[in-house]
Design a protein around this ligand. Structure first.
Ligand code: PLP
Length: 397
């Protein structure tokens, strides 16, 4: 997945443009900047790549999720349905807005189970946040139907899935708002950075203004701008945007390599009868950033994970025992360990997490192994890796 593996002259040239002009800020300083508007250019590039009407760059993927929620008016006391398997940023952002994360099961897509979403809807539900984990996606047709039927905002966290599509549409452009991350380990990296994507003009204007202190961005005089509402600083810098610009232009190249490498490993693993693969919804095409497969039970997966490590096969994750991505080990959330007081509503909303079980999620995450697909492997690396993976898994089943 990581674009950082293929850093080169293109990235260097874009950064040097910014350093030569000396304008590290994405807004204003028109006279000094020598025509360089890297953030604006990256937004235009992403609009074309994703076929999205509006793109607002921000400082991280976590910022993107926060800004998307704010842009859609999600706030105090609102419930946001999110998956048990994601990255901690999902509930961090929801709680930042004073809203209540409502965690529900995933299915064999490794994303939100539409049935679980339906069961979790209450009069306070405001949004559904689908997280397109490990380069693939949830059942978007079913999730869209639920969002339409109940008049809920559908937010897509596509931070791990740039380049994946559903029925020909880029992930991140299917819900009302989509979020991307360009942190150091993502497919496209700018060091730190993110983007909010939407086809809704009002949400875009909200995202644009909210992510820069509520400045209205009207006219060329920054000092004369007014503030329609309170905002915050989630801006990206020109330096980061410059790196992202060079990287996004290389996305087709990255996706091509990912798909080739994924295909070789998948073919090798397909020969093991105990291995099954994650479900990709009909009409979906993965970004091939990860290869996800299931083994028959939890103990086999634990054993295989250890055997893979011992055999020197790096980048394979058994998320069941991991504290970043799966609800089982989110003790800080379950115990409400916040630095500052939180509202009674959020406390009550999260109280059930102490005892709630996620049997269906355990069933899938317990048996899942997720292997990062790298861009820098030579064909010989790939051959050795395939052989070692097959041997490690055969020895574990
Ligand atoms: C990486 C990631 C984020 C957060 O992005 P940052 O840029 O690291 O803040 C959010 N959601 C998912 C699914 C991610 O993988």
């Amino acid at each position: 997945m990581p674009g950082f593996e293929l850093f080169g002259n293109a990235e260097r040239k874009e950064v040097n443009d910014v350093l030569d002009s000396g304008v590290l800020m994405r807004y204003g300083f028109d006279g000094m900047r020598n025509g360089h508007w890297k953030a604006k250019e990256l937004e235009t590039e992403l609009q074309a790549t994703l076929k999205a009407q509006h793109v607002q760059l921000v400082s991280s993927g976590t910022a993107a999720v926060s800004v998307a929620l704010a842009a859609a008016g999600v706030g105090a006391g609102d419930e946001v349905i999110m998956p048990s398997f994601t990255f901690v940023a999902s509930f961090e952002a929801i709680m930042m807005m004073g809203a209540i994360p409502v965690l529900v099961d995933i299915d064999d897509t490794l994303a939100l189970d539409p049935k679980a979403v339906k069961n979790a809807i209450t009069p306070r539900t405001k949004a559904i946040m689908v997280v397109q984990m490990c380069g693939s996606m949830g059942d978007m047709a079913a999730l869209q139907a639920i969002s339409d039927e109940h008049d809920l905002i559908l937010i897509e966290d596509a931070c791990q899935a740039i380049g994946a599509t559903y029925k020909g549409q880029a992930l991140g452009t299917i819900g009302h708002l989509g979020c991307f991350s360009f942190d150091f380990v993502k497919t496209v990296t700018s060091g730190e950075g993110g983007a909010v994507v939407t086809n809704n003009k009002a949400f875009y204007v909200n995202a644009d203004q909210y992510s820069d202190h509520g400045h209205d961005h009207v006219g060329n005089d920054r000092g004369a701008e007014t503030h329609p509402f309170l905002g915050y600083n989630f801006r990206i810098s020109e330096l980061h945007a410059a790196v992202g610009l060079a990287q996004v232009r290389r996305l087709p190249e990255f996706l091509n390599i990912q798909k080739q490498n994924y295909t070789v490993l998948r073919k090798a693993l397909s020969e093991i009868p105990e291995v099954t693969f994650r479900t990709v919804p009909e009409g979906g095409e993965e970004s091939y950033a990860f290869l996800n497969f299931f083994l028959p039970d939890l103990e086999t997966s634990r054993r295989a994970s250890a055997t893979l490590k011992a055999a020197g096969v790096d980048g394979c994750f058994h998320y069941y025992d991991n504290s970043w991505h799966y609800v089982r080990k989110w003790e800080h959330l379950k115990n409400l360990n916040t630095l500052y007081p939180i509202s009674q509503e959020v406390k009550e909303g999260l109280a059930s997490l102490q005892t709630k079980t996620f049997k269906q999620s355990d069933h899938y995450i317990g048996r899942n192994i997720s292997c990062l697909i790298k861009l820098s492997w030579s064909s010989q690396d790939l051959e050795v890796r395939a052989k070692n993976m097959v041997a490690a898994i055969r020895a574990s089943v």
